[in-house]
Design a protein around this ligand. Structure first.
Ligand code: BG6
Length: 445
């Protein structure tokens, strides 16, 4: 397959921001260095539930190799880099004494980024909850709102001089829906889910207030995984299950955060956890909507399961990435139109990308034509949505580096850069050069 042409981006704004995204636990490694405490992923990551028994212990060793990774970003030409702070690195017990060595790591990273002319976009929470807080009930404990407020105060105070773009959470619906703490010790998983959703929403609102107060000229959003939930057959039960899942997957967080109310379909279930004034505390003014989008989700009814659903068959003949995710750029354009119409905020695409398992060829190169074709089609879909008037201001690829892909360990690769985990050698893939060319072309006056 020949290298795909660059996409048509004529409808994107002249000040459009091109970036890449990563997250702390997926790349940093050094989980036991510099005074870091354990996160829930350190504990879960040492169970045999993970693919190949992979763990995040070393990951991309970014903790030590960040100068090389910033140099890669500079070569790529990105204007912005979205990363997350590991809560247990800066507060090993989740609360209480801060860890100066951990705080200093992000100082070094930020200084390196700013020296390279790359704007840091800091996400406060990308799933690595300190284990000590999980042991105290985690997000099921309403105290978590205070823990997150204090953590945000620390991060805002330390980095707010250099960071102006903050995201409160990455994909709150995903880490809630798939949380392993739901329904433990005989509790109802469904009730736990509602409790968790509400506490995370409250923590979001509290963090927005802290950031506004502490950081001059701050620009704040929350990053949502928003995917059309489609029935996997024409059975009525599957359509009901898909609509129900969509309420939770897509709307349970942005609706109260941006519109001030829970979706009608879940209002009575969440009500027992909602206290007076809570909705006003959640719905704080935001500057942008962060969208992560990969593909639609196909849903089948499964009575008795949490929210009564399971993942169902994808339509026969639908194009798939090598890891089995549907390739449907039109669904991306639709999603952009939907979130912009519903939430009336400028949209930044904070994740979009393509997973495979591709290894270097005999010459040592990684010619990832599938990824380039995917990115081209998705960027053109975004351009089409912009042409329709959707206010899209930036696009960040997941991810700069192949990394620890959660339950899949290192078996899935989303990077523009290949990581040889044995040597930690970084090999920019063909898509890296292609994206660099696109950014150069886009930024030409
Ligand atoms: C997003 C997450 O859901 O998708 C990333 O924010 C993640 O952290 C990415 O790595 C790819 O998904 P997965 O499930 O293959 O790791």
């Amino acid at each position: 397959m020949a290298t795909p042409e660059l996409p048509d981006i004529a409808s994107l704004r002249p000040d459009f921001i091109w970036g890449v995204s990563t997250s702390s636990f997926q790349i940093e490694g050094a989980t036991q260095e510099g005074g870091r405490g354990p996160s829930v992923w350190d504990v879960y990551g040492h169970t045999d539930e993970l693919k190949n028994r992979d763990s995040g212990d070393v990951a991309c060793d970014h903790y030590h190799r960040y100068p090389e990774d910033v140099a890669l970003m500079k070569a790529l030409g990105v204007q912005a880099y979205r990363f997350s702070v590991a809560w247990p690195r800066v507060l090993p017990q989740g609360r209480g004494s801060a860890n100066e060595a951990g705080l200093a790591f992000y100082d070094r990273l930020l200084d390196e980024l700013l020296a390279a002319g790359i704007e840091p976009w800091l996400c406060l929470y990308h799933w690595d909850l300190p284990q000590a807080l999980e042991d105290s009930g985690g997000w099921l404990n309403r105290e978590s709102v205070a823990w997150f407020t204090d953590y945000t105060t620390l991060v805002a105070g330390r980095y707010g001089d250099r960071v102006k773009r903050f995201a409160t959470f990455n994909e709150p619906s995903i880490f809630s829906l798939f949380s392993r703490s739901l329904g433990q010790k005989g509790r109802s998983a469904e009730d736990d889910l509602h409790r968790m959703i509400h506490h995370v929403n409250l923590a979001h609102g509290a963090a927005v207030d802290v950031l506004r107060d502490k950081v001059r000229n701050v620009s704040i959003g929350c990053i949502h995984n928003y995917q059309p939930c489609r029935p996997s057959s024409d059975r009525a039960a599957d359509a009901v299950a898909a609509a129900h899942l969509s309420t939770y997957w897509n709307n349970a967080f942005p609706d109260p955060q941006c519109l001030g109310e829970y979706p009608a379909a879940m209002r009575s279930a969440v009500a027992p956890h909602v206290e007076a004034d809570d909705l006003a505390r959640i719905c704080r003014p935001l500057d942008w909507f962060g969208l992560n989008h990969y593909s639609p989700v196909y849903v089948a009814a499964k009575p008795g399961a949490l929210l009564g659903y399971d993942f169902g068959n994808k339509p026969s003949g639908c194009a798939l990435t090598p890891i089995g995710w549907p390739i449907e750029p039109a669904a991306f354009a639709d999603t952009l139109r939907i979130v912009h119409a519903r939430y009336a905020l400028p949209v930044y695409v904070m994740e979009n990308g393509y997973g495979d398992a591709m290894q270097p060829d005999e010459t040592g190169a990684v010619i990832d034509s599938g990824r380039m074709a995917f990115l081209r089609a998705y960027i053109e879909a975004m351009n089409a949505a912009a042409a329709d008037g959707v206010d899209i201001r930036g696009y960040f690829i997941w991810s700069l580096l192949d990394n620890f892909e959660w339950d899949s360990g290192y078996s899935k690769r989303f990077g523009l850069t290949y990581i040889d985990y044995a040597s930690q050698r970084r090999i920019p893939k063909a898509s890296f050069d292609w994206y660099a060319r696109l950014i150069r072309a886009a930024r030409q006056p």
